[in-house]
Each structure stands twice: as structure tokens, then as C-alpha cells.
Ligand binder design. Structure first.
Ligand code: DOR
Ligand code: ZN
Length: 345
């Protein structure tokens, strides 16, 4: 039995760091686990200009622990009125690493998102031309589509056509939650990849709904049936270069989760590597954790792999019930559990 593994330092290709007090509270957790992270732009107001991106990056850097070499990679929030020239300028200057698509009203702070993909075709054509990654929250928002079907219907109605019309566009299908999405990505060209979160590997909708409703397991896209969880575990641990680590860590203060209309988002940053290591261990695939966590993402983003290593050891890690943050508290993923792996400092 493997009791200790050392891998190249990993990156998180999907995080929500927020701003101000909440950012200051959560940044150290991501910076402890990861060397770089793709930072999502769904702030209020959203990050839409290169100048806003540069300023946001500076605020994140100012919130880092003194000895940290963590590097935030900022993304541009796509709106119906985005200008291809400005997006190209942001990419070429390094202000933006990628563009994020939120279908309007799909999730937290997505009111300014795209109402119809036809409105942004000019931007997407430019991104295809300059090789800029396009990160997709892949859910339809139509009221008549069941929340558990919104990812599968997005593949049917939008994704299939998008990759056909823009065959060289570099696409990340973010936080995939279904067998349908895993199969779509696997069968698409090498320029189409996906991130997978810890929660979608650990839990199905029963964990959220049976025996009482657990608001801290509510995120979007919502966790699905068990067959989907199993398909995602297979994809993540398959060794395919198309799948890589993206936690979608999304902090919401406890009182905004434990209420009659709770926010979507799971705060999984503090024990992310422990959580993924458990999955890969259970699947007999610890030898593939490094590709998923540290190699496939940089290859897709055309960035160098990180120098240095981290070590995980088989040792119990107690996850606290709450973590103080911004005058309130956050409930981490796995709260109250003891995880079998530990990230060695
Ligand atoms: O659960 C989610 N929370 N899904 C998202 O897409 C956004 C995120 C957030 O920002 O809270
Ligand atoms: Zn997200």
C-alpha cells in the first residue's frame, strides 16, 4: 500500500476568491495548497476590463501570506457587449489568462452574463484566432429545463454547435457533473478539456437530500445521480490529459447558506488535495494524481509545469466544523469528517 506520495506542485484551474474581507480570509487556503489558480471574475461588479483585472490581481497579491509565491491568473467575465479588441489587448498584456462564460442568471453573480451565445460570436472568433482559452459554465437557464438536466441540455443546444462552428477554440468545460459531459469532452478534439471538482467526485444528490437537506453540499451545477459521480471518477482517474483539477471553491458565509434561500457554492479550498487524494486512492489511481493535479492543466493552458513538489501522506486529517472568516464563518467541504490523507507542510 502506498502511504506517501510526492508530486509536482499542483494548480487549481477554477477558484472563487471574492474580494475584500472574504478574500483576505480565503486566499491563504488556496495559496497553501496550490502554486497558481484560475480566478473567476464573478465579483460585484464583474471583472470585465484589463484594468480591473490588473487591479484585482494586485489586491489578491496584497492578501497573500508573506512567504507565498502563489500566482493568481485572472479571467474576464464575458458580457453581451464585450469588445474583441479589448479582450485581445487584455490577453496579450497578460491581464487576462482566459475568458469565462456565465449564461445570464445561471449562478452566483451571473446577472451580467451572456443572454445568447450569438451575441458574442465576434469575441469567440477572435479568441480562436489568438488561442485564448474559453471557460464555460455549461448550463442552460431556461425555466422549463429541470435543474438536474441543465448541463446535458447545454451540451445538446450549445456546446455541440460551438465546437463544430469554432473547431480550434480552446474550450474548458468547467466543473463537469455528468456522464454526458465526460463523454462529450472525451470524444471532442484535443482543444476541449474539463475541470472536475472534489464534491462531484465524492457525493451524489442523495448525500445532499436524503435524511435532511444539507445546504453546504448545494452548489451549481448541482450534484447529480450516482451513475454520474462514478463516470466522473473514471474520467478524472483515467489518465486522459483532457481532465484536470479545478475545485470551484466558492465561499459563502454560513448565514447565507443556512437560510430559506441559500447560496450555491461549496468551500473546499482548505482540504482540496486531501480530498482528491482520497478519491484517487480509492480508485487505485494514486499514480495518476500528478497528471490530473499538476501536469494536464499547464499543458492545456500552455504554461510551464511548476517547480518543486508537495507530499501527501496517509494520516488522519480532522476537518473542522467551521472556519472563521470575514466576521462570520465558513463551513468547509467534509466538515466534521476525518480524511485519510494529509498534505505535509
Ligand atoms: O456553486 C457555485 N458557486 N457555482 C457557481 O457557478 C458559482 C459559485 C459562486 O460563485 O458562488
Ligand atoms: Zn465556479
Amino acid at each position: 500500500m502506498t502511504d506517501r506520495i510526492t508530486i509536482r506542485r499542483p494548480d487549481d484551474w477554477h477558484v472563487h476568491l471574492r474580494d475584500e474581507e472574504m478574500m483576505a480570509a480565503v486566499v491563504p487556503f488556496t495559496a497553501r495548497q496550490f502554486r497558481r489558480a484560475i480566478v473567476m471574475p464573478n465579483l460585484k461588479p464583474p471583472v470585465t476590463t484589463p484594468e480591473q483585472a490588473v487591479a484585482y490581481k494586485a489586491r489578491i497579491m496584497a492578501a497573500l501570506p508573506a512567504d507565498s509565491d502563489f500566482e493568481p491568473l485572472i479571467t474576464c467575465y464575458l458580457t453581451d457587449s464585450a469588445d474583441p479588441d479589448e479582450i485581445e489587448r487584455g490577453f496579450k498584456s497578460g491581464a487576462f489568462t482566459a475568458v469565462k462564460l456565465y449564461p445570464a442568471n445561471a449562478t452566483t453573480n451571473s446577472a451580467h452574463g451572456v443572454t445568447d451565445i450569438a451575441n458574442v460570436m465576434g469575441v469567440l472568433e477572435r479568441m480562436q484566432k489568438i488561442g485564448m482559452p474559453f471557460l464555460i459554465h455549461g448550463e442552460v437557464t431556461d425555466h422549463d429545463v429541470d435543474v438536474f438536466d441543465r448541463e446535458a441540455v447545454f451540451i445538446e443546444r450549445t456546446m455541440t454547435k460551438l465546437v463544430r462552428d469554432l473547431p480550434d477554440l480552446r474550450v474548458v468545460f468547467e466543473h463537469i457533473t455528468t456522464k454526458d459531459a465526460a463523454e462529450f469532452v472525451e470524444s471532442a478534439g484535443p482543444n476541449v478539456a474539463a475541470t472536475i471538482t472534489p464534491q462531484h467526485l465524492h457525493i451524489s444528490r442523495n448525500a445532499m437530500l436524503v435524511g435532511g437537506i444539507r445546504p453546504h453540499l448545494y452548489c451549481l451545477p448541482i450534484v447529480k445521480r450516482e451513475e454520474h459521480r462514478l463516470a466522473l471518477r473514471k474520467a478524472a482517474t483515467s489518465g486522459s490529459p483532457k481532465f484536470f483539477l479545478g475545485t470551484d471553491t466558492a465561499p459563502h458565509a454560513i448565514e447565507t447558506k443556512e437560510t430559506s434561500c441559500g447560496c450555491a457554492g461549496i468551500f473546499n479550498a482548505p482540504y482540496a488535495m486531501e480530498s482528491y487524494a482520497q478519491v484517487f486512492d480509492e480508485e487505485g489511481a494514486l499514480d495518476r494524481l500528478e497528471a490530473f493535479a499538476s501536469l494536464n492543466g499547464p499543458a492545456f493552458y500552455r504554461l510551464p509545469v511548476n517547480e518543486g513538489t508537495i507530499t501527501l501522506e496517509r494520516a488522519p486529517t480532522a476537518v473542522p466544523d467551521t472556519i472563521p472568516a470575514a466576521g462570520s464563518a465558513l463551513v468547509p467541504f467534509h466538515a466534521g469528517e476525518t480524511l485519510p490523507w494529509r498534505l505535509v507542510d
